[in-house]
Design a protein around this ligand. Structure first.
Ligand code: 28G
Length: 637
């Protein structure tokens, strides 16, 4: 029995705890970034991160993530099981503390147990606070334990359900997101979860992770486990690319409590793909780990070239020469990472530059010495890149000299009247005929139209200097006004919305991917700053008497058809060109009624792989992709 005084203290502690989680419910965005679809998925990562930490501690080899009917998420791991012992002060179990105290078990408790952790890394209590209900089961000490919560509040102390049949240990968390918080959607996207889970499997070698979708009767699932970790990640990214050398270069080492793991391989592409991670978090803005890697890479290549007397005209390779065609994964684990930058995805810890540079530099130097033929191939690639750099510089200077105004004469741009970039929109339209409809249908105050003819140049397969000889690309650069590549300056953008508008068919998709490739390669900030959009033209027009409706998907068509009755006529739009100016305005361009999808860099890695597959030299996967999509297009009819 508790004394009165203890009762009082216990109550006080409880009130504080409630206040903590109330704060989360009041301002969820502060804890999980947003309450959009993205925030919803964030809940899953907060829970999965705890399982990953248990794996990093060396006690968990398998994690299972299930989406159950009603969009309930269940995460299971075979770790030691969350501790169940009672905390002497609060009188509560450790499980209870993990789920009801803000930041419990996180990086805030001074221990170094927690290494993993999403961008927000706020822990299980935040998920609990934002769930209609959450259930936890722990297997430990030969017993199973259970506790349930609603809106973050315990519905009863941790219960001992008695002995288990097997000696297996682990944790299982099941929760349903609170739909009054996640008002946009509570529906999980399998592909989003699958991609990140595959990435987590690549980043944590040997860890097996399963994702299973049980929302439909036919269950969908994927299991990932990579013994080679980041080496297999590089193999996967380079699958459809021409390799300059066979072996993926690899190092893994710990120094001053920082673990550095790097895998890299050169391809015959002209672009670089360096993906860096800190504690499994993607750091697209780079930081000291990436800097250290790049520094060591160019330092070692230059000293190798010097020692082997490989320099001809040049006396030095620049860093960018050593990056051309490179695919690299830089993954570090740090007990106390400092994130900086616009989106807090840039690693700031200064000591990491040295550590990464030293670990990678030694390994890479050794690789070059031990593998002379692969070293030769790499050095030749770098030398070629250096020569191309000079040619590209000349070409770039040529575009810069032309101001947008003097070159509009040759381009087909129909500009808008407003000069307020924040209000202006540029529509990139497939084909002259759709371009014509768009020009007559638009609101010319703030909407500009640039018709693009034919297939936009494939930038994956050429260097910058070639890309700049392409008329379509030139008129796009000139219209947008930012310059490109190293000369890029977002503040010069003449439009804050750039909308890709192509036919809803395979060719249209292809042109859209080509344009995205182009932006991804040469103007990535336009994507990261959220300037790039994809327009969604309707697939069907339904008419019953005077009532006209547009459907943007098959489901929508079926729904409308059921509403409008038997005698509805259906027109399937095969292309934008079939719409007249007013239809195009109403369905695809009118800010009041249109649907635009904002392009994000979130899936840049996936997208880049798709690009490589679509554009690369290996024809078969490309054919398959197009066939697959052609099939979908057929099924749509
Ligand atoms: C299923 C979904 C999510 C987890 C564990 C295991 C331990 C633990 C979790 O400890 C944190 C640890 C000591 C300060 C640790 C068990 C040590 C011994 C654990 C999970 C922080 C709490 N035995 N498994 N937490 N302490 N799985 N999966 O949440 O240092 S959380």
């Amino acid at each position: 029995m508790a004394t009165d005084k203890e009762e009082l203290n216990y109550g006080a502690a409880n009130i504080q705890i409630l206040e903590g989680l109330e704060a989360v419910r009041k301002r969820p965005g502060m804890y999980i970034g947003s309450t959009s679809e993205r925030g919803l998925h964030h809940l899953v990562w907060e829970i999965v991160d705890n399982s990953i930490d248990e794996a990093l501690a060396g006690f968990c080899s398998h994690i299972e993530v299930e989406i159950l009917k009603d969009d309930i998420i269940s995460v299971t791991d075979n770790g030691r099981g969350m501790p169940v012992d009672i905390h002497p002060k609060t009188g509560k179990s450790a499980v209870d503390t993990i789920f009801t105290v803000l930041h419990a078990g996180g990086k805030f408790d001074g221990s170094n147990y927690k290494v993993s952790g999403g961008l927000h890394g706020v822990g299980a209590s935040v998920v609990n606070a934002l769930s209609e209900w959450l259930e936890v089961r722990v297997r430990r000490n030969g017993h199973e334990y259970y506790e349930k919560f609603a809106y973050g509040k315990s519905l009863g102390d941790l219960a001992d359900l008695g002995p288990t049949q097997t000696a297996e240990t682990g944790s299982k968390v099941t929760f349903k997101a609170d739909s009054t918080i996640f008002t946009e959607t509570t529906v999980y996207n399998y592909e989003t979860l699958r991609q990140r889970i595959q990435q987590l499997a690549f980043l944590n070698k040997g860890l097996r992770i399963t994702i299973r979708d049980k929302r439909q009767d036919d269950i969908v699932e994927n299991t990932y486990c990579y013994e080679g970790g980041v080496i297999e990640y590089v193999n996967y990214l380079n699958e459809n690319k021409g390799k300059i050398h066979d072996q993926v270069i690899y190092c893994e080492q710990e120094l001053n409590r920082v673990t550095v793991e790097i895998a890299m391989q050169y391809t015959d592409a002209y672009t670089k793909n360096i993906y860096s991670f800190t504690n499994n978090i993607h750091t697209p803005e780079g930081g000291t780990h990436e800097d250290g890697f790049r520094l060591a890479l160019s330092r070692i290549i230059n000293s190798y070239a010097k020692e082997n007397k490989l320099f001809k005209n040049e006396d030095n390779f620049q860093q960018e020469d050593t990056l051309e065609g490179l695919t690299a994964i830089v993954s570090i684990k740090h007990p106390n990472p400092q994130f900086e930058g616009q989106t807090k995805t840039k690693l700031g810890n200064s000591e990491v530059r040295q550590i990464t540079s030293k670990i990678f530099g030694e390994a890479f130097e050794r690789f070059l010495l031990e593998n002379p033929s692969q070293a030769k191939a790499i050095l030749e690639k770098v030398a070629l890149a250096a020569h191309a750099r000079l040619a590209a510089k000349k070409a770039r200077e040529a575009t810069r000299r032309k101001s947008p105004l003097e070159s509009f004469g040759s381009s087909k741009l129909a500009d808008c009247r407003s000069k307020d970039a924040a209000k202006c929109e540029l529509y990139l339209v497939e084909g002259d005929s759709a371009g014509g409809s768009a020009k007559s249908g638009r609101n010319s105050e703030f909407q500009a139209i640039l018709p693009l003819r034919g297939k936009v140049l494939n930038v994956e397969k050429c260097r910058l200097d070639k890309a700049l000889e392409n008329k379509e690309i030139l008129s796009m650069i000139q219209a947008i006004g930012t310059g490109i590549h190293d000369d890029f300056n977002i503040s010069k953008a003449r439009y804050h919305k750039i909308v890709i508008m192509t036919d809803a068919d395979v060719d249209g998709d292809h042109i859209c991917i080509l344009l995205l490739t182009y932006f991804f390669r040469f103007m990535p900030e336009l994507i990261t700053e959220g300037y790039i959009y994809i327009a969604k033209p309707p697939l069907f027009k339904l008419q019953a008497g005077k009532r006209v409706e547009y459907a943007y998907s098959d489901e929508e068509k079926d729904m409308l058809l059921a509403q409008m009755g038997e005698r509805t006529s259906i027109q399937r739009y095969k292309g934008l060109g079939e719409m007249d100016a007013s239809q195009l305005w109403e369905t695809t361009m009118d800010p009041e009624t249109r649907t635009l999808t904002r392009v994000t860099l979130d899936d840049a890695i996936e997208a880049d792989k798709d690009f490589a597959m679509l554009m690369g030299d290996e024809v078969d996967p490309r054919k398959n992709f197009i066939k697959m999509n052609a099939q979908y297009a057929k099924l749509d009819v």
